[in-house]
Design a protein around this ligand. Structure first.
Ligand code: GDP
Ligand code: MG
Length: 601
């Protein structure tokens, strides 16, 4: 295809503002999906995505569109719509999808206005120098206030309110005009046709039947069927078994040229061999310089995952192996816990990623899991000059600590201005640092905070929602590390540390954490034959203490000595109960107590 006739664009929107519905309408209008095949959210394929209404994996669809010129002529164009993942955890994938486009549709719900994800994605689009087409959706809603929000949008991106398009993705109103607009306003891709091929990977998806399907945009040159290609980050070589475009079903072709977006299949079975952001070139006379912007996925949040039933450990390992084929950001290694047995320390991009993985393990693989409280990565410098990377609080080094660095995020919060006070209070309590504040309109305000990631992975979002009656939205991106006044708090039962409960917290919060965990465990641990002291300690210093008093529990005493079979039955029963007990030192703790204590509330 002549690059002059290609338009690559994406839709960016806050969750629920109608991105999937608009994509559906476009598929229908351009005729690539027939009416009778149409089902809502055609492109959201994963079950979890569908149920939660979120888009996790991006897809690219090729659609023909011929806008009517002023002289009445129809000029057929190719539109490639690239669906970006909608959630903060996947910022890097979003940025690569955007980098494959020349323009974007900035979609805003005409009854809601701009939200945090709208802004975060808009900033990414601006960094990638995309042409931005502002669009208000849901104008069919009685509650829509298109004039008001057109003003807000125009103010934000620096255009006139009249330049803001208005559509209803539901009824289809204005969508054809929007497609015309995409052709007119979004620049055609530019690249060097006779240069060595350079194609950027913006998505990589594992398919059980075909292996990894890699989505690319060809920037320079041409990739052809059956030629040998090279991944520039690893120098691994593969044969191009198939290449083509999705429209939206995969349609093979002879090759892809400058500006074209499509998929390719090499037979690899693992997405880590086909990494998002990497550059593909030919093996022979290939490019020497990769396209910029490649980054290795970096897990930000860690949690221990343990099978509820210890004998499920091999199943958990197999399930993680399988998930990793489809998820380059998922990392894990075996770990043992005195309290929870054999499991894995698993690294995630963020909380949603963690939840999605846990849910898939439970649902698709039928596993019952215990997860330890999520934690971030700490860089610990010791006074003896050694440095440690800590992904598990229980492995925090002992000895003289010089400094502890923790990951930070740059966050954007948007809410009606009446909630400014409540938001500031919350962010301050979470060790936030106000970076700036802007009014989007008279009633709505954007606050920017620098926050420790550790402070928002726990229950920040819930706290924010409850303090703002659900009106605030939040987005954030990693922003380096900072030294924090952090200490490790241990929880001890009868003097033995319970590894699953160790936590790294700010010095000022250590006491509260210790008291909370000690009293939780006090409630949950049944009485034993002896007294069980529960302590919270920072180093050797005990900061909280509770005691579970002793009882004498002699089940056989009830049997009056006579009935042997009854005695045996009771002993059997007691043994059964013990199976689900974990022993810490001399203390037997029912597994349920650990689970209950680990669950956040
Ligand atoms: P996404 O999260 O941005 O992909 O949003 P969806 O496309 O899933 O839409 C969220 C909700 O808004 C769904 O219930 C849609 O049916 C609804 N919706 C989307 N577009 C419109 C519209 O133009 N008008 C109305 N009334 N509802 C819409
Ligand atoms: Mg969606």
């Amino acid at each position: 295809t002549d690059p002059a006739l290609i338009r690559n664009f994406c839709i960016i929107a806050h969750i629920d503002h109608g991105k999937s519905t608009l994509a559906d309408r476009m598929l229908q209008l351009t005729g690539v999906v027939e009416q009778r095949q149409m089902r809502a959210q055609y492109l959201d394929r994963m079950d979890i995505e569908r149920e939660r209404g979120i888009t996790i994996k991006s897809q690219a669809v090729r659609m023909p569109w011929a806008p009517t010129e002023s002289d009445g002529a129809l000029v057929p164009h190719i539109l490639n719509m690239i669906d970006t993942p909608g959630h903060v955890d996947f910022t890097y994938e979003v940025s690569r999808s955007l980098a494959a486009c020349e323009g974007c549709v900035l979609l805003v719900d005409a009854a809601q206005g701009i939200e945090a994800q709208t802004l975060a994605n808009l900033y990414l689009a601006m960094e990638n120098e995309l042409t931005i087409i502002p669009v208000l959706n849901k104008i069919d809603l009685p509650a829509a206030q298109p004039d008001k929000f057109a003003g807000e949008l125009a103010h934000l991106i620096g255009c006139e309110p009249e330049d803001v398009l208005r559509v209803s993705a539901k009824t289809g109103e204005g969508v054809d005009a929007l497609l015309d607009h995409v052709v007119r306003k979004v620049p055609a891709p530019v690249g060097v046709a006779d240069a060595p091929a350079r194609a950027m990977i913006f998505d990589s998806v594992y398919d059980a039947y075909r292996g990894v399907v890699t989505y690319v945009k060809v920037v320079d040159g041409q990739l052809s069927k059956r030629e040998r290609i090279r991944m520039m980050s690893t120098n691994a070589t593969h044969e191009l078994l198939e290449i083509g475009a999705s429209s939206p079903e995969m349609t093979p072709s002879e090759g892809l040229g400058v500006g074209e977006v499509g998929y390719l299949i090499t037979g690899v079975k693992d997405v880590r061999q086909s990494k998002v952001g990497d550059t593909i070139t030919q093996l022979h006379k290939g490019a020497t310089e990769a396209l910029g912007g490649y980054k290795e996925p970096k897990p930000m949040v860690f949690s221990g995952l343990y099978p509820l039933d210890g004998s499920d450990y091999p199943e958990l390992r197999d399930a993680l192996d399988k998930l990793q084929l489809n998820d380059a950001a998922l990392v894990y290694e075996p770990e043992t816990s005195a309290a929870l047995g054999f499991g894995f320390r698993v690294g995630f991009l963020g909380l949603l990623h963690l939840e999605v993985v846990r849910e898939r393990l439970e649902r698709e693989f039928g596993l019952d899991l215990i997860a330890t409280a999520p934690n971030v990565i700490y860089q610990v410098a010791m006074e003896d000059g050694t440095e440690h990377t800590v992904t598990n609080p229980s492995e925090f080094p002992t000895g003289k600590v010089a400094s502890v660095r923790e990951p930070m995020v740059r966050s954007t919060l948007i809410a009606p201005s009446e909630f400014i006070g409540a938001i500031m209070e919350l962010c301050q309590a979470r060790r936030g640092n106000l970076q700036g504040m802007d009014y989007l309109s008279e009633e709505r305000v954007e606050l920017r905070y620098q926050l420790p990631l550790a402070e928002i992975i726990f229950d920040f979002f819930d706290a924010l929602k409850s303090k703002t009656r659900g009106y605030a939205s939040l987005d954030y991106e990693p922003s380096g590390e900072q030294v924090g006044d952090l200490v490790k708090v241990d929880i001890l039962l009868q003097g033995d540390r319970v590894d699953a409960f160790s936590a790294i917290v700010h010095k000022d919060k250590a006491y509260a954490y210790g008291v909370r965990m000690a009293s939780k465990l006090h409630e949950l641990i049944p009485r034993q034959q002896f007294e069980v002291p529960i302590q919270a300690a920072v180093g050797a210093r005990v900061i909280a203490r509770e005691t579970v008093r002793a009882i004498r529990k002699d089940v056989l005493a009830k049997c009056y000595g006579g009935d042997i079979s009854r005695k045996r039955k009771l002993l059997e029963k007691q043994k059964e109960g013990k199976k689900r007990m974990k022993v810490v030192g001399r203390v037997e703790v029912p597994q349920e107590a650990f689970i209950a204590a680990l669950s956040s509330d």
